[in-house]
Design a protein around this ligand. Structure first.
Ligand code: F6R
Length: 609
């Protein structure tokens, strides 16, 4: 999830683009760059690190011109260093491109282009597109871009300039956002509205598989079959602040709604044809290592640790491995029995959490292979792990983790399928069945998000509660912990997650008529046992809010409120069931007047012990 900006018109392109990039810094901030057509030649300036570094460089060595492209990067393929930052150019340096998205078949395309004599300067999937455009270029930039994107599988929003067509920008999109702002004799392009709102509020949103040519004199849009497409401009009524949050009132809410796409990204390019298995691209972890593994320790903190717990249930269900999960802050000071046949897995959004990093280093010192599930590419844990599964969830700005959690669970399902298949413990048919359902999840997550209004109404009934329990069993026990964590961290309402079967061993004593009990009770093997636990809590006067499977009438008789979610495999249900829990915590916090994106006493990344 990167930010792209482009401009053609009479203004100083460098200034427009740089300002736009600053407005998009929340979309990515590990490196940045611009390219302008300056005196008939393409000039590129790019730099790793924050955008302020690029701005300082441009202040020292400014670019002049009225047409250009810019990018602020959130790395997916390749380190966040200067060569990997955008814009990327073709072999001749006469075509420059910025890209947001993921090209799934980039390895295959790269091999073919290398054989044809193209030379690459980066490890990115994006650079492939610059070379493909070069390959197809025969005087018409739009036609070359059209052919290039037709070869690419995956997601892209691109803006391209060429020295040989010095008056035009060509843009195209598929599954990544792209908006065109319309001025008088000028056009602005961006991956997101805030970048252009200072100049215009008349925009058109390019649709998937559309391509457009923009010049001072006008704009023409086509589909990939070169048929003309007409768009009616929309008027943006948002303030700048609203626009940065995509119209949502907080980043947390925006990120909750980004989950269908974040989940698509975690799967992108990793499912083998025919749903026959997964490709995780962990070159440094030999299959033999996976085969000879005897035990896995999953180590992480907070929400990431609850995802790790979910991973334990998945791995134990589908493989013969023994799996232990621990908080990093405990693991690093224990004396766990680690050796060559023990795999240590860390799970982390930031890749910088101090205790998780220390645990990784301890594991490596003891000779264990380390595989990590990481969101921030180029982070310390990303660099120090032997194998990495990136979650590709994009930057998470809200302090409370939401989309990173569901993406981590997705990555853990993929890892389980990989381990199950390499160790010969999952039948092909079973793998196909799980993958088919995994691929159906983004659409199901979209459906769950439609319960927000109902969840908000339920939150209004309970937001004054003093305390809450979250109960779940099996696959959904870690989700109960996560639901309780979300509530306490953003609403400051005391909440505890429990395995439902533990209730009668003490905690049930707390339940009275004031007590809120949130129960994860979707269909599955533990359903009847969950119903018994709900009855026990209800008999003590507890106020029950249940998460249940669509069509389950039974639950309505037992729970005061039921939030229905679509059915899925029980092992995948945490990915669906956590969504109403996030929304519930969100609305309770809102009603309690809390600062949701910046809860008190918390920081986004805990880099000290
Ligand atoms: C809770 C939350 C934290 C993090 C934890 C680990 O909403 O965000 O509990 O999950 O601090 O952080 P990462 O994943 O960056 O290692």
């Amino acid at each position: 999830m990167c930010g792209i900006v482009a401009y053609v018109g009479d203004r100083d392109a460098q200034e427009v683009i740089l300002k736009g990039l600053f407005r998009l810094e929340y979309r990515g901030y590990d490196s940045a760059g611009v390219a302008l057509i300056d005196g008939g030649k393409i000039s590129v300036r790019k730099k790793e690190g924050k955008l302020s570094g690029l701005a300082a460089m441009l202040a020292r060595e400014p670019l002049k011109g009225h047409i250009g492209i810019g990018h602020t990067r959130w790395a997916t393929h390749g380190e966040p260093d200067t060569p990997n930052s955008h814009p990327h150019t073709d072999c001749s340096g006469r075509i420059a491109l910025v890209h947001n998205g993921i090209i799934e078949n980039y390895l295959e395309l790269r091999v073919a282009l290398l054989e044809e004599g193209h030379r690459f300067s980066s490890q990115t999937d994006s650079e492939i597109l610059a070379h493909l455009i070069e390959k197809y270029y025969a005087g018409d930039l739009l036609e070359a871009v059209r052919k290039a994107v037709s070869d690419a599988e995956g997601a892209y929003a691109i803006a391209v300039i060429s020295e040989r067509n010095p008056d035009e920008i060509v843009v195209a999109r598929k599954s990544s956002p792209l908006v065109i702002g319309m001025g008088e004799g000028e056009y602005f392009v961006a991956s997101d509205v805030p970048a252009l709102l200072e100049y215009t509020n008349r925009v058109i949103y390019l649709n998937d598989n559309e391509i457009a040519r923009l010049t001072r004199g006008g704009m023409s849009i086509y589909d990939l079959g070169m048929r003309r497409v007409e768009h009616t401009p929309s008027t943006i009524e948002w303030t700048l602040e609203q626009a940065e949050k995509g119209g949502y009132e907080t980043f947390m809410l925006k990120e909750i709604y980004e989950q269908p796409d974040a989940f698509r990204n975690v799967l992108r390019g990793r499912i083998l044809p025919g749903n026959n298995g997964v490709n995780l691209g962990m070159e440094k972890i030999a299959e033999e290592t996976i085969r000879s593994m005897e035990k896995i320790f999953i180590v992480s903190c907070g929400t990431a640790c609850y995802a790790g717990m979910g991973g334990r249930y998945l791995l134990e269900y589908h493989t013969d491995l023994s799996v232990e999960v621990d908080y990093s802050s405990e693991f690093r000071y224990r004396n766990p029995k680690l050796g060559r046949n023990t795999l240590v897995m860390t799970v982390t959004q930031s890749g910088e959490t101090a205790d998780t990093l220390a645990s990784l280093r301890m594991a490596k010192e003891k000779g264990c292979p380390v595989v990590s599930i990481v969101n921030v590419v180029g982070s310390t844990i990303d660099r120090e792990s032997d194998g990495v599964i990136h979650t590709y969830a994009g930057p998470e700005i809200g302090v409370a983790s939401t989309k990173a959690y569901t993406a981590q669970l997705g990555a853990l399902v993929l890892f389980t399928l990989y381990v199950g298949s390499v160790r010969g413990q999952m039948e092909e048919e079973e793998i196909r069945r799980v993958i088919a359902e995994l691929c159906a999840l983004p659409e199901k997550i979209e459906r769950v998000l439609r319960v927000e209004a109902q969840v908000a109404a339920i939150a209004r009934k309970y937001y004054r509660a003093k305390s809450a329990f979250y109960l779940g069993r099996g696959f959904n026990y870690p989700n109960a912990l996560e639901g309780a964590l979300k509530l306490k961290e953003i609403s400051y309402l005391h909440a505890e997650g429990y395995p439902a079967g533990e209730m009668k061993h003490g905690p049930i004593a707390l339940i009275d008529k004031e007590f809120l009990v949130v129960c994860l009770c979707t269909k599955g093997e533990k359903y009847d046992k969950m119903i018994s636990s709900i009855r026990e809590a209800e008999a003590r006067g507890g106020r029950i809010v249940a998460i249940g499977t669509e069509g389950d009438r039974n639950l309505k008789d037992i729970a005061e409120d039921v939030i229905f979610v679509p059915e899925t495999l029980e092992e995948l249900s945490p990915i669906i069931n956590v969504i109403p829990l996030q929304l519930f915590a969100y609305h309770i916090a809102r009603l309690r007047g809390c600062d949701i994106d910046k809860p008190r006493n918390l920081a986004k990344s805990v880099t000290v012990e």
